[in-house]
Design a protein around this ligand. Structure first.
Ligand code: KE4
Length: 425
């Protein structure tokens, strides 16, 4: 594929932007090669600056579950924009949206809008600390919740130990209040909450940031019981799973109601909107009602709310999630069968409309087992599929995303490319 225009743009970008990208994963560092610069998208397709066409399974990392440039979403944005783009004042649109979120997300009795998933999780943790007056928080090893300092913390040595800074610039003082446990390991959580007071545990109810790794049967229910027993605020980070694994998110799919929920991605319909919410008594702590401060210039931005509202309206239509399940199953089961045919060890995972193929002959139930995947082989797979016009998530440790715009013909095109690529590995 000729990507000379993208190459030129990347050279210019690197002179003006760190790494040439506005978010690290876009630089393709873990898969090799230079990233195509995307010019436009329509439905499940995107085109790069050289006019190459790709079937897109990233969808802006989840938001574009309806497909790119959906006419009704564009129309809703245009209509809102004609009335002005932002006021920094309350609007009727935000009330309608808040009422809708509280109606469809089981844990949300009250909700505050922000502009990114990072803000949502950072704020939810501050509120949980303010509500419980406790300092310690627990996160999952390999879980990602945005780039708030207290969440850029890696697992120390051994299980359930004090966190260590996961990024330069994060202080020991911050990291020491974040404890890190393996995913799907209830005993590790139990060991901590029975030992010391903990404000909150934050989990992706289906992990997506180590690749797609589902909860083991019973794990979330047991986590719910344990946290309730010890007064630990259970936060579901549904920035990725919200409206993707079910309309009401993973909490609706698995029937587990957390104390707080973070939303992002789909909820903004492709524009910057996110939210955090939960039990009314917890949300009562937030300024101006309570002592926990949180604010944002563009929170509840009318354009983003219009895009989010229209997206949720369209997703709430009957049959949506059956279609997403069927399309995802066709793709993932198809690739799994092709990998077996080609004699390539692949552990494929899927929940709703998110999925991953781990290039490993073992099973993957946590970050340690995910990291046993052959990332070199993943890179070859990724580049082979890209050159055949299939745009996958550029990392073994990311999830892929299905949209309502991926029809059978595009999935068949993807499976044809997969057959050829797997054979070439
Ligand atoms: P943002 O601040 O990027 O809007 O959201 C952070 C976030 C929070 N929680 C979960 C579960 C998330 O997956 C994310 C962001 N996801 C990444 C993809 N793994 C966004 C892509 C990127 O970082 O460029």
């Amino acid at each position: 594929m000729n990507r000379s225009r993208s190459k030129e743009l990347f050279e210019r970008a690197r002179r003006a932007i760190p790494g040439g990208v506005n978010s690290p994963v876009r630089a393709f560092r873990s898969v090799g090669g230079d990233p195509p610069f995307i010019a436009r998208g329509k439905g499940a397709l995107i085109w790069d600056a050289d006019g190459n066409e790709y079937v897109d399974y990233v969808g802006s990392w989840g938001p574009l579950i309806l497909g790119h440039a959906h006419p009704e979403v564009l129309e809703a944005i245009a209509r809102a924009a004609a009335c002005g783009t932002s006021f920094g004042a309350p609007t009727e649109r935000e009330v309608d949206f808040a009422e809708r979120l509280c109606r469809v997300v089981p844990s949300m009795q009250k909700v505050r809008m922000v502009s990114s998933g990072t803000e949502a999780t950072m704020a939810a943790l501050r509120v949980a600390r303010g509500f419980t007056r406790r300092d310690k928080i627990i996160k999952i090893d390999g879980g990602y919740h945005g780039h708030a300092d207290c969440l850029l913390v890696d697992a120390g040595s051994g299980v359930a130990t004090l966190g260590i800074p996961g990024s330069a610039g994060v202080t020991e003082g911050t990291a020491k209040d974040t404890l890190v446990v393996p995913w799907n390991d209830l005993a590790a959580v139990q060991q901590i909450v029975e030992r010391e007071p903990v404000a909150a545990i934050i989990v992706e109810p289906v992990c997506g940031n180590m690749g797609c790794v589902p909860p083991k049967p019973g794990y979330l229910a047991a986590l719910r019981q344990l946290t309730a027993k010890h007064g630990v605020v259970l936060i579901f980070d549904e920035v990725m799973t919200g409206f993707r694994v079910a309309f009401g998110g993973a909490q609706a799919r698995f029937g587990i109601t957390p104390d707080m929920t973070c939303l992002g991605k789909v909820v903004g319909g492709g524009l910057p909107a996110a939210a955090y919410g939960g039990r009314a008594e917890i949300m009562a702590c937030i300024a101006p009602d309570g002592p926990v401060y949180q604010a944002g210039t563009l929170s509840g931005n009318p354009l983003a709310v219009a895009a989010g509202q229209k997206t949720l309206e369209l997703l709430e239509r009957p049959g949506t999630y059956e279609r997403l399940e069927a399309a995802s199953a066709k793709l993932v089961d198809g690739i799994g069968a092709l990998a077996r045919e080609a004699g390539i060890p692949l552990f494929a995972t899927r929940v709703g409309a998110m999925f991953t193929g781990f290039f490993t002959d073992g099973e993957v139930w946590d970050y340690a087992s995910a990291k046993r995947s052959d990332t070199k082989r993943f890179g070859a797979w990724f580049r082979g599929m890209l050159d055949r016009g299939i745009y996958l998530a550029p990392s073994q440790f990311e999830a892929g995303f299905m949209s309502l715009a991926h029809d059978d013909a595009l999935i068949d095109r993807t499976l044809d490319a997969a057959r050829a690529t797997l054979r070439s590995l």
